[in-house]
Design a protein around this ligand. Structure first.
Ligand SMILES: O=C(O)CCC(=O)C(=O)O
Length: 492
């Protein structure tokens, strides 16, 4: 399958939605495997005799795969995505080859913030220095009394040594240590990602996880039974892609509010005031730091609110970026460093290395890295055997970090241009789901980020700003009416 790339203003290319008629064969958002009911793959069940309806669907499916229009729109085809055996094998081989080139990922490291603060006190210019050390003070994830968002940020990659423009000082620092915020900003600029632990309390993580597992079950049943005809109403891109899904989350239900409130705010002792959490402060400060308009960051809007779930048997994804940036984007800082989106992945349970954790390649969110990874300008028509490949080179030379082991409630904030992929899930317990709650916020300067939102329920089109979202969540918590969320909230 050839990749279709859509170029939007300024060279942002969508890779999230690679559609071949009704057959979605994105190696990105979904796993490159044959989904349930696939006619192929090593995992397929022994053939049962087909009913006449099944025969018709099979015929339509074959026509689809051969690029012929089917006689009707098969409900099955609308519900499930297919790959041919050949596509499946190709993607499997490509994935194995990619993995063979890549460096063995090291667990995403954490820093001791207290140490960072003391270093900053002794550093010239008050600038944070030296992220190295890998000293982790990880505390028990089940301790409900943990102070949220205060514990750790990851070790900065040492791979990128090129000179960079410093992000400007954050304009609005709320109640967080400006040196810590500044250090996080520098890490995001350099590596494209940062880990902050304890952003979600244990209780809120458990409640949200239970709700989402139940939502996944209801959505699956509704699609199987045909009460929801289009799987895309409930799942992004693909449903039941062999033990993996990207579940769309509505903004209405209480566990969702509670989790968002937890991630984005920090209440004072008597809960009379909800201050911006470290996560909110970081997101706003990143966007602020590239803006000449004061406090622009609070106009960052909610772009995605979903949950990746994988179970044992989910295969490793191909390395990808959620949005691709091959040239400077008009209106953004022209060195291409200003993020278009910022995404937060939040673990709803402890994640260990068997559970198919995310692998990121720090520092690969740049225009240069993307041109190399996507091999722009390479003469693919050339017949001469040139063994050098910029893509292979970047896979080999970049560091890789693993989103495990990480505790429940830990968050990785990252620029989704960073090359990454989900790993293969080999968890011994097939019923144990890795649930990764995620949300992304759009740079207020950007109208169309060049990749479709994975969210449903009108979330991305509502353009709900950080400020509006938090105001509503806080109002509700304090018994006042919400103004914005009810306009889009939905509770399937
Ligand atoms: O599940 C994960 O860890 C990441 C998945 C992902 O990056 C994607 O599907 O785009």
């Amino acid at each position: 399958m050839m990749m279709m790339m859509m170029t939007f203003g300024g060279g942002i290319v969508s890779v999230r939605c690679l559609v071949l008629r009704q057959t979605v064969v994105s190696p990105f958002r979904q796993l490159p495997v044959s989904p349930l009911y696939s006619v192929v793959s090593e995992d397929h069940q022994p053939q049962q005799p087909l009913s006449s309806q099944q025969q018709q669907e099979k015929q339509e499916e074959e026509q689809e795969q051969e690029g012929q229009p089917s006689s009707s729109t098969s409900p099955r085809l609308r519900r499930f995505m297919y790959m041919t055996t050949e596509q499946d094998i190709q993607l499997r081989q490509k994935g194995e080859f990619e993995q063979s080139l890549m460096q063995t990922p090291t667990p995403i490291q954490a820093l001791n913030i207290a140490k960072l603060q003391s270093r900053k006190n002794s550093a010239p210019n008050g600038k944070a220095t030296g992220f190295g050390g890998g000293v982790t003070t990880r505390t028990s994830p089940s301790n409900k009394k943990l102070k949220k968002g205060k514990a750790t940020i990851p070790t900065s990659s040492t791979t990128t040594t090129k000179s960079m423009t410093q992000p400007q000082q954050p304009q609005q620092q709320y109640n967080h240590d400006p040196a810590v915020i500044q250090a996080i900003l520098q890490t995001i600029q350099q590596d494209g990602l940062v880990r902050i632990d304890n952003v979600l309390s244990s209780d809120a993580a458990d409640t949200l996880r239970d709700y989402l597992l139940e939502l996944r079950h209801r959505a699956t049943v509704a699609i199987e039974e045909g009460t929801v005809v289009d799987s895309q109403e409930r799942f992004a891109d693909v449903l039941l892609n062999q033990n993996r899904c990207d579940l769309k989350i509505p903004l209405g239900p209480k566990p969702v509010h509670q989790a968002l409130l937890d991630v984005l705010t920090e209440p004072n002792k008597d809960n009379s005031q909800y201050n911006p959490s470290l996560v909110r402060t970081v997101i706003e400060s990143v966007f602020d730091s590239y803006s000449t308009v004061p406090n622009r960051g609070k106009y960052a809007s909610l772009w995605e609110l979903n949950c990746f779930m994988s179970n044992a048997g989910a295969r490793r994804q191909l390395v990808h970026a959620d949005n691709v940036c091959l040239q400077p984007i008009p209106g953004l800082q022209d060195d291409g460093q200003e993020p278009i989106l910022l995404t937060c992945f939040i673990a709803l349970q402890d994640i260990d290395p068997t559970m198919g954790p995310t692998v990121w390649m720090p520092g690969t969110h740049t225009i240069d890295a993307h041109n190399r990874f996507f091999e722009t300008g390479r003469d693919t028509s050339s017949t001469k055997t040139d063994t050098y490949s910029p893509k292979n080179d970047i896979l080999q030379s970049s560091k890789a970090v693993l989103g495990a082991p990480i505790p429940k409630g830990a968050c990785v904030i990252f620029d989704p241009r960073v090359l990454h992929c989900a790993g293969a899930n080999h968890c011994a317990d097939p019923t144990h789901t890795r649930a990764l709650f995620y949300m992304s916020f759009k740079n207020p300067k950007i109208d169309n980020p060049g990749c479709p939102s994975t969210s449903g329920y009108g979330i991305s089109t509502a353009e709900l700003t950080m400020e509006q979202l938090v105001t509503d969540l806080t109002n509700q918590q304090q018994g006042r009416p919400m103004k914005y969320i009810p306009l889009i909230a939905s509770n399937p």
